[in-house]
Design a protein around this ligand. Structure first.
Ligand SMILES: [Zn+2]
Length: 252
């Protein structure tokens, strides 16, 4: 099977050149623009086009976010493979499809998690393993949580899929560990979650991982949810100090 290298794509296309296609006035650095993913009357979307940062965008109103390739995928509503193919053509990157190297016939550990197209299903709360999962996390009203965070199921109902920008983080219901749908060595970026419909809140609360984010959402009162934005590091405990450092730097 052949594929286009995401690494090469990021090497060849500067975030600022990508976003110029949609926002002709965009500059290198921090930008604030109208969000295309909700009916945006005032600019609510931050776009960072610092070279090497992969063009991280984040909408402070509707929480849409990700890298510039995720922006493309969301904007044009195409799958990930098509996204790479179309960006390659539209921006004349001249990337050549590469052959995927297979080491022998046996599957590499974790390979079953690496998928080109993730098949996502609604979460079935009648399933025993899923019921147990939410019970073990002390989540009293899983249905409400599922709806708020738009959680999905994948891998024949073996894993929970959590949207992170326009990517998916997968967590096995039996706690076999976390995986990503794509390039798991992605850089550490803070991910913002609004705990309630946007009201312009400014306080940030750094949360360790998704289980804690879910607990917070379940147990915090409405006032708290209004006053705080949750930020989570998506790469686990060890990356949290880096996330905090980044947030402090960005605040300056
Ligand atoms: Zn938005």
């Amino acid at each position: 099977m052949s594929y286009l290298s995401i690494k090469e794509l990021f090497n060849k296309l500067k975030p600022v050149d990508f976003y110029k296609y949609y926002y002709p006035d965009i500059k290198e650095g921090q930008n604030l623009v109208n969000c295309p993913f909700h009916d945006d009357k005032h600019p609510s979307m931050s776009i960072k086009t610092t070279p090497g940062n992969k063009g991280i965008f984040y909408c402070h109103a509707c929480s849409a976010g990700g890298r510039f390739i995720d922006f493309y995928q969301k904007k044009h509503n195409v799958d990930f493979k098509t996204t790479l193919k179309e960006i390659n053509e539209k921006f004349n990157l001249n990337l050549k499809p590469q052959e995927r190297k297979r080491k022998g016939k046996e599957k590499k550990e974790g390979e079953e998690w690496k998928v080109e197209s993730l098949r996502l299903n609604p979460i079935d709360l009648n399933s025993e393993i899923i019921k147990k999962y939410f019970e073990s996390k002390n989540i009293p009203k899983p249905q409400e949580l599922i709806e708020y965070f738009d959680l999905k199921c994948c891998k024949n109902n073996k894993a929970l899929a959590i949207s992170v920008g326009n990517r998916w983080k997968l967590k096995a219901f039996d706690d076999r560990g976390d995986r990503w749908d794509i390039d798991s060595d992605a850089e550490i970026e803070p991910i913002y979650y609004s705990l309630s419909p946007y009201t312009g809140q400014k306080n940030l609360l750094v949360i360790e991982g998704f289980s804690n984010l879910f607990s917070l959402w379940c147990y915090a009162d409405e006032k708290f949810k209004k006053d705080f934005f949750a930020v989570t590091s998506v790469h686990g405990v060890t990356s949290t100090p880096n996330v905090i450092e980044k947030l402090i730097k960005e605040d300056k």
